[in-house]
Design a protein around this ligand. Structure first.
Ligand SMILES: [Zn+2]
Length: 444
């Protein structure tokens, strides 16, 4: 399996640190607002990555945090005249509803910064003690000059960065690139520390939580490409000086989602919230996964609507096959592997093995739909139809697509057979009645 490692900027063979196990961490949301569909991209993509590893029998330890200490949260709490905890509890619940809404799993470890405060303070303390960070007037900064490779992940030159950051003059810092590990404050939520009351900086939270949860280098660290600099660059810097590794063996970044040619962001105005989406969640996943994760996606309502049609086609083929087998009482017969199906299965695996090429998987799914429709028109052995259903199930499970089907009860089956008989007897009035019953129940 090959993964594009953002750190080395090349495709690399995936070799897990521990055989059969994938330890992965994806930066989670700062919880003070509802997420938009651009934020849903990593939620869907990294869920698909996890699903594929599990499909290939890896044990995946998936961790994604909640940043529940932040200036924006404090501002929101002040605005609403409530506590930070009220705000973060509300938006964590809203986030998890949105994750479920896009068919992503909520079954993973979700550390909150407030629950890891002792470890974060301890982590900063070690950096200070070893001389990699320094305190000035209650603030603690990371000393970037010790990190030779600073800027490598985001492909930035240190001198350019320094001249770019000169505008932000801060007398407390030794070097304009040094970043905040601890911020002195008594406004809003704050914590006791060896440097006085304050709160941690965002860049140290993830790395301290990863250190506490995994206690070693992880396999995959993921997030949106916007996090590469400074967030991930700063995570790597801390890990390099303290643990002498790059925190993760493989760094993966998803591209942006654009709307009318602009990045969708809370500050730019034009946004679509996940909670307001009315499109079928499967169609939305198809839309998201139809572009390779490293490329930008262009969003428009028309494009989204085209995936709704696409999903209808897939769903119709699948349910028709399922119904055909159910009516023949052949749902539990033995599957027969057909050479055409084997080719599609291979296409599916090789696409996923090649840096999670989900657009090619969706093409394989469309090929499978064509085969399914041919089988519905022609006489095909039940065992072959069953293997088509199983192949759909495999691909659906990895892409996180769901079709709700369940075997018919005996009275529905009887109605179906009566409908068929009435049609054969050319008793069209009767046939219409049976057809209406089946349609009302959503069976046909
Ligand atoms: Zn992070």
């Amino acid at each position: 399996m090959k993964i594009f490692n953002s750190y080395s900027n090349q495709l690399e063979e995936f070799v897990p640190i521990h055989k059969g196990i994938v330890n992965m961490y994806v930066c989670g949301p700062t919880v003070y607002n509802y997420i938009h569909i651009g934020n849903a991209r990593p939620v869907i993509f990294f869920d698909t990555v996890r699903r594929y590893f599990e499909f290939r029998d890896y044990k995946v330890n998936f961790v994604s945090n909640f940043t529940d200490v932040d200036d924006k949260i404090i501002t929101k709490a002040l605005e609403l005249e409530t506590t930070e905890k009220e705000v973060t509890d509300q938006f964590i619940a809203a986030f998890l509803r949105d994750v479920e809404k896009v068919n992503s799993s909520t079954d993973y470890l979700k550390p909150r910064v407030t629950d890891y405060m002792d470890h974060i303070i301890e982590y900063i303390g070690i950096l200070v003690q070893k001389g990699y960070a320094y305190e000035t007037d209650g603030d603690v900064y990371f000393r970037v000059e010790n990190v030779q490779e600073y800027g490598k992940l985001s492909n930035r030159n240190i001198d350019d960065l320094i001249s770019g950051s000169r505008i932000d003059i801060n007398d407390k810092k030794e070097n304009p690139l040094d970043f905040t590990l601890w911020k002195k404050t008594e406004i809003g939520i704050n914590f006791e520390s060896p440097w006085g009351r304050g709160r941690p900086g965002w860049h140290t939270e993830c790395v301290a939580m990863i250190d506490d949860i995994f206690g070693e280098q992880i396999d995959i660290h993921g997030g949106g490409s916007g996090l590469m600099f400074p967030h991930h660059e700063n995570e790597i810097a801390q890990s390099l000086v303290l643990n002498h590794h790059h925190l993760a063996k493989y760094w993966m970044h998803n591209g942006l989602l654009n709307i009318s040619g602009n990045k969708m962001s809370k500050s730019e105005g034009e946004i679509v919230l996940v909670k307001d989406l009315i499109i079928d969640s499967n169609a939305f996943r198809l839309f998201t996964l139809s572009t390779h994760y490293r490329s930008p996606i262009n969003y428009s309502e028309e494009v989204l609507a085209s995936y709704e049609k696409e999903w209808e086609k897939l769903k119709r083929a699948y349910t028709s096959l399922y119904l055909k087998l159910d009516l023949a009482d052949a749902l539990y017969e033995n599957a027969i592997i057909d050479p055409d199906l084997l080719l599609i299965y291979k296409d599916f695996l090789s696409a996923m093995d090649n840096d999670f090429n989900t657009p090619n998987v969706i093409t394989a799914l469309q090929d499978l739909t064509k085969i399914a429709n041919q089988m519905l028109r022609n006489k095909t052995e039940n065992g072959v139809i069953l293997s088509v259903i199983k192949l759909f199930d495999d691909i659906f499970s990895v892409l996180g697509l769901r079709v709700d089907v369940s075997p018919l009860n005996s009275s529905d089956k009887e109605t179906y057979h009566l409908w068929m008989k009435a049609r054969d007897d050319k008793d069209f009035d009767k046939a219409d009645i049976y057809r209406n019953i089946l349609q009302e129940k959503g069976i046909i």
